[in-house]
Design a protein around this ligand. Sequence first.
Ligand SMILES: C[S@@+](CC[C@H](N)C(=O)[O-])C[C@H]1O[C@@H](n2cnc3c(N)ncnc32)[C@H](O)[C@@H]1O
Length: 210
Amino acid sequence: MPNQLTTDQEHFWQGSFGDSYSDRNRGPDLVAANAAFFGRILSRAPGIQSILELGANIGLNLQALRQLLPSARLSAVEINTRAATELSRIQPDVALTIGSILDYKPIATSDLVFTKGVLIHLNPECLPRAYDLMYHASARFLLVAEYYNPEPIEITYRGHTARLFKRDFAGDLVNRFPDLAIIDYGFIYHRDPVFPQDDITWFLLEKRPT
Ligand SMILES: C[S@@+](CC[C@H](N)C(=O)[O-])C[C@H]1O[C@@H](n2cnc3c(N)ncnc32)[C@H](O)[C@@H]1O
């Protein structure tokens, strides 16, 4: 079980809201759309042999990544126990940590570290900890796939306040770690006729060799 949860946002995802999220968001169409998404990302990020997803839920991204990179070492962190249990049942090959990314201490680096729809749900005061984790856990690439807004704003999320925050997460990362270069970025519309995503804006960053 997760311990040391300190924010209201962590409790929210660990509890029944998180359980219901996993019930609503599942199925082969989502995995197919994720395969199209990550196919595009990976074509700009050659040589990846290990990937860490922070906030993986039941593993809809990791199932797509397993198809694309059959030999890669996959790791994940997930705070919701029910989602994590399902992930480990479907993908026993994923090295899974059940707990908060705000407490997570990786034992090794991964070639790609990413979040998709996770930074938006953290308490904004804790973002520096998440940014430091992403940077230090990555051997080379970082991917941020979140809701973008040039200025930080809070949006009501399914009737809940203080649970969804948009901002320029990639800009924050590049400001904090000036050796990060922006490799590519894009937007995927929820009305995409073939492979929709939930209006995410993504940024692929790479550590410049020093
Ligand atoms: C909107 S879902 C996105 C799930 C997945 N990344 C995807 O793209 O399908 C947010 C996920 O992040 C997890 N999460 C939220 N806060 C977390 C935290 N502090 N530590 C670990 N996981 C967290 C939630 O439990 C949930 O699985």
